[in-house]
Write a protein that binds this ligand. Structure first.
Ligand code: ZN
Length: 165
């Protein structure tokens, strides 16, 4: 650690945060379980609505942030629902609501979908992000700030714990 660490959250700074994400009264994600998160500010490593609110915060500061869908995981899109005949699913796939499946669409793109309805003939898959259309409530605390390395900036993400790609 050098003694000229950044004093506040700004673009190209590596920020360490503790956080809790609550949606509709339910805690969905928390650094108490996964440990603090380090990310690179200004590179959309985290959702835009949270990144924007963190700008200017100093180590030790906390904040409650409410993120609307347009600054979070997007609005819910009815067009992202897909009817797929049951016969197209291999028997190895459990056809139950809530099961997540990777599927390839007509354009050859891989999508992560969730089974939302299982009928006699068809299964309805939802390619929306599970948090699309939801208001996100974050409690965040900035616990560390450091300068990013040139390599981190060129990759657009943080290197830590032996991770490098
Ligand atoms: Zn990298």
């Amino acid at each position: 650690m050098s003694d000229n660490n950044p004093v506040e959250v700004a673009d190209r700074v590596v920020v360490g945060i503790e956080y809790t994400l609550t949606v509709e009264g339910e805690v969905l994600d928390s650094s108490e379980e996964d440990g603090p998160l380090e990310y690179l500010q200004g590179f959309h490593n985290i959702i835009p609505g949270l990144e924007k609110e963190l700008a200017g915060m100093k180590v030790g500061e906390s904040k409650s942030v409410v993120v609307q869908p347009e600054d979070g995981y997007g609005e819910y899109d009815e067009d992202a629902l897909m009817d797929v005949p049951r016969s197209e699913f291999p028997e190895s796939i459990p056809l139950e609501e809530g099961v997540e499946l990777h599927v390839t669409d007509e354009d050859g793109d891989e999508l992560l979908t969730t089974i939302v309805e299982v009928g006699d003939e068809t299964v309805i898959l939802d390619a929306n992000h599970p948090l699309a259309g939801k208001e996100l409530n974050f409690e965040v605390k900035v616990i560390s700030l450091r300068e990013a390395s040139e390599e981190e900036i060129s990759h657009g993400h943080v290197h830590s714990g032996g991770h490098d790609h």
